[in-house]
Unconditional design. Structure first.
Length: 103
């Protein structure tokens, strides 16, 4: 039997704080986008997956929103990370950033 380890709510909050701290240091925050797949951060954390814990995932999202500089855009995508919709959101955000660099 394989045992999977899942991050706790407290660990997810710590990770969010650390990510926000690093992103907040970036000089041109308008270029920074944080894209969140609201239905799972990995193939194992989707509904029905071995690591499904929507409360822990939501704790990450909430803490990130609290800690991240308001100039940094947060984009929530109502899907999990391994979908074409999420990939399209990433591409769209990247293209937005490129456009703003050119102008």
């Amino acid at each position: 039997m394989r045992v999977q380890a899942r991050t706790s709510i407290e660990e997810m909050e710590t990770i969010a704080k650390s990510a926000a701290e690093k992103l907040n240091q970036y000089g041109n925050k308008k270029l920074v986008k944080f894209i969140i797949p609201t239905k799972g951060f990995s193939s194992l954390s989707v509904e029905g997956g071995a690591l499904y814990d929507p409360q822990a995932d939501q704790s990450f999202i909430n803490e990130l929103k609290r800690q991240l500089d308001p100039e940094i855009k947060i984009i929530e995508v109502d899907t999990h990370i391994n979908t074409p919709e999420f990939a399209q959101a990433v591409v769209h955000a990247l293209m937005e950033s490129f456009k703003s660099v050119k102008t």
